[in-house]
Design a protein around this ligand. Structure first.
Ligand code: BTN
Length: 264
């Protein structure tokens, strides 16, 4: 594995962003980078501050799941102070930035799975967790937490090897996390500035979703719904067409491909 430190000077050397990733807080071990980022946001850290950890002891994923970060992966949380109108688009921004950052760094093509997973050859390589404090018309802060499987070997993690992959497994070699983080920050900033300028990134995100047009099932709370993923709404919600004709809208949930006919 390249012996890389992910500290401030390693990351900012040659980093051409204006603000994303220019202030780095690096932890060999921490609880969750999202927690540290939230504390930083409450203390009004500069926008674009990135909290990076080599290992997380209480890393968390969507839907209150645990997220394990072994050595060699990326766990990063970026602090933003977006306009209220841009808040619904930050997970799309993160997924597109990861997709582009991975392609630039490794040449690998990723697919996006609703709502915010990044896949390679159908297996999960990255998860995104957006946390924010917002009111109807204002946002105090948004934290974009990103976990990427970079240099782990999934053969060492039998419990998830059928559904997850890593960049090292896909390329057959180790990948520089510094270069990947720099590319990620650059892409995040480009997309964020586009949002701030009033541009939509919805179509770009939608066009990269593997979910659309597929027969799927959606787990939302204790319920499972099956049908065809028809489209996404303007706010990114998933529109599911059940075989009985109902059109259902999901703002959150877990999607898996399904071969069964539509039923509640
Ligand atoms: C998911 O797919 O469920 C989302 C996973 C998000 C994991 C990242 S790792 C960095 C940040 N810190 C956390 O505790 N979680 C996010």
């Amino acid at each position: 594995m390249p012996d890389e430190t992910l500290n401030q000077s390693a990351i900012t050397k040659g980093l051409t962003t204006r603000f994303i990733g220019q202030n780095v807080l690096y932890y060999p071990v921490t609880t969750s980078t999202n927690d540290i980022a939230r504390q930083q946001a409450l203390a009004k850290c500069p926008e674009g501050t990135a909290v990076i950890a080599e290992k997380q002891t209480s890393g968390r994923g969507r839907l209150k799941r645990e997220w394990v970060t072994p050595q060699g992966n990326i766990a990063v949380s970026v602090v933003l102070y977006p306009a209220r109108k841009d808040l619904p688009f930050l997970t799309m921004l993160a997924a597109l930035a990861v997709q582009c950052g991975i392609r630039k760094t490794t040449g690998l093509k990723c697919q996006l799975k609703w709502p915010n997973d990044v896949l390679i050859n159908g297996k999960k390589v990255c998860g995104i967790l957006l946390e924010s404090r917002a009111a109807v018309n204002s946002v105090d802060y948004a934290i974009i937490g990103i976990g990427i499987n970079v240099n782990i070997k999934l053969a060492d993690y039998q419990e998830i090897s059928a559904i997850a992959t890593s960049l090292a497994d896909e390329t057959g070699k180790e990948v520089s996390r510094v270069v990947l983080l720099q590319n990620l920050f650059l892409e995040m900033e480009k997309l964020y500035l586009r949002l701030r300028n009033g541009e939509s990134i919805l179509a770009e995100w939608r066009d990269n979703l593997v979910t659309i047009g597929k027969q799927i099932h959606v787990r939302a709370g204790d319920d499972v719904f099956e049908g065809i993923a028809e489209s996404v709404a303007d706010d990114g919600s998933l529109m599911l067409r059940c075989t009985d004709g109902r059109l259902m809208k999901f703002t959150a949930g877990d999607v898996t491909l399904s071969k069964n006919p539509c039923s509640k």
